[in-house]
Design a protein around this ligand. Structure first.
Ligand SMILES: *Cc1c(COP(=O)(O)O)cnc(C)c1O
Length: 479
């Protein structure tokens, strides 16, 4: 399959040489002798072409959004326009340091400030902090803010209610923030069961944490009523806004009763993700919660921007410096490229694509919750069990057809779930090709299940033991 770049090393082979430091540079840098390297670093010795081929090869072994369709439900694996990366790699952005004096980085601060304002306007929130580094980190920050708010009211309260269709990070963030997560069952339509909610609402409840549209891809149509019920016991409404591509430009969470929310810039606002790279999970709040946002905050005085730590009620700092700045640039560029007039096309296309696929695929797979969906929908592969085939086998077989598999076995309320999010960036031809593959796989499952059990057959590695890598971490490749 390939060697590590260290294994390709040949003594004396050179890809890149730096000029020796001039006397003047030595004097200017003035690095103390004891900090200088005493021996050469143990880097691979390879030529430029070795490096290029090595990494291009690796990039073709991996599946990624620039290679093909990636309908991973809940994850919004949409195409990320390259202009975002162009903007984020401009030297004026990449060559600055977070400790530089504020007067030398006014442009960067301006970009952050404007991005905060755009997100506030898009969401109907009053204030935004860009500091959290991911969706889950945003949840943690948001729940901390809720806790601080209740503390100042005299009682932090005990519970955060979460629907059973929630993303796994929700109960995790709640628990980390010192609350007890309590599950609210969905009704037969896959929406929040209002009686269940009513029965669990009391003055010990700090917040109701909802994903809307939920992880079944269904919009909580009674959201305003739900918000009234929650507010009536003094609890707050938290929105997991990771699914914002479903409604951006159509509705604003702040107008539907939410007090706090997080955004996933690396999903909705188009930063490549999924490889463990940096993300960004800004948090937006209503005015009465603004004092609790993380510090520093960007403030403006006499036309000059500055970072202020003077917010005595803030929950404090939740990330080094100011968050992942380069991700913010990508989100900013994405928003500016679309503009106010066109941003709603994102959600229109996301919803049309998902419904197109849903209607085509429900002829071949079970659709347990039958209604028009938003940006995603969930099928069940339970009926394939009688042929000895599981959803996992279908997912593995899809890899042979050149597609990334959908999210499987989530949400937990659908047995043998296949959670499909085509996203707004795919063409009809791609969606049709996916339907064709899914249809073929179903026929194979019925007529030739062994081919599914052995899948994938054509990928660089075959079916992996998914837990082994976590249990026995091995970072060095060997045959
Ligand atoms: C992706 C996602 C999250 C978590 O976001 P991360 O950036 O991966 O931490 C939370 N909730 C929902 C609904 C998501 O889709």
């Amino acid at each position: 399959m390939g060697k590590l770049i260290f294994e390709k090393s040949k003594s004396g082979r050179i890809g890149y040489t730096l000029p020796a430091l001039s006397q003047r540079e030595k004097v200017t840098l003035n690095i103390p002798e004891k900090l200088l390297r005493s021996k050469e670093p143990e880097l691979p010795e390879v030529s430029e072409v070795d490096v290029i081929r090595h990494f291009i090869h690796l990039s073709t072994l991996n599946y990624h959004i620039d290679k093909g369709f990636y309908p991973l439900g809940s994850c919004t694996m949409k195409y990320n326009p390259k202009v975002n990366d162009y903007a984020a790699s401009l030297p004026g952005f990449t060559d600055i340091h977070p400790l530089q004096p504020e007067k030398t980085v006014q442009g960067a601060l301006r970009l952050m400030k404007e991005l905060e304002e755009y997100l506030a306007e898009i969401s109907g929130m009053d204030a935004v902090s860009l500091q959290p580094a991911a969706g889950a980190h945003g949840e943690f920050t948001g729940i901390k803010i809720i806790r601080k708010y209740h503390e100042t009211q005299g009682n932090p309260r005990k519970y955060v209610l979460i629907p059973d269709s929630a993303h796994g990070t929700n109960p995790a963030s709640v628990t980390l923030s010192g609350y007890i997560a309590k599950t609210i069952k969905s009704n037969e339509k896959g929406l929040i069961n209002l009686e269940e909610l009513e029965a669990n609402l009391n003055e010990e409840v700090a917040a109701f944490m909802i994903t809307n549209p939920n992880t079944l891809g269904l919009f909580e149509v009674e959201i305003m009523k739900i918000a009234d019920m929650v507010h009536s016991v003094g609890a707050l409404m938290y929105l997991d806004g990771a699914n914002m591509n479903a409604f951006i430009g159509q509705i604003r969470p702040g107008d539907t009763g939410f007090d706090v929310m997080h955004f996933n810039l690396h999903k909705t606002f188009s930063t490549p993700h999924g490889g463990g790279g940096p993300g960004s999970g800004p948090v937006g709040v209503k005015k009465f919660l603004e004092p609790y946002l993380p510090i520093p905050r960007i403030i403006e005085k006499n036309g000059k921007l500055a970072l202020s730590y003077d917010f005595p009620h803030s929950i404090g700092k939740i990330h080094s410096f100011y968050g992942n700045f380069l991700v913010m640039i990508k989100a900013y560029t994405y928003i500016r490229m679309l503009g106010k007039e066109h941003i709603r096309r994102v959600s229109e296309d996301a919803v049309i694509n998902a419904n197109y696929l849903r209607v085509k695929l429900q002829e071949h797979y079970d659709l347990p919750y039958k209604s028009i969906c938003m940006h995603e929908f969930v099928l069940s592969g339970k009926f394939l069990k009688k042929y000895g085939v599981r959803t996992l086998d279908v997912a593995k077989r899809l890899l042979d057809y050149g597609f990334h598999a959908p999210t499987i076995y989530f949400p937990l309320i659908v047995p043998e779930a296949l959670m499909i999010e085509p996203t707004e960036t795919e063409s009809k031809e791609t969606l049709d090709a996916f339907v064709e593959a899914m249809t073929k796989i179903k026929e194979e499952a019925i007529n030739n299940p062994d081919i599914l059990h052995g899948a994938p057959h054509n990928t660089p590695v075959r079916r992996l033991n998914e837990a082994l890598a976590a249990k026995q971490l091995k970072v060095k490749w060997s045959k």
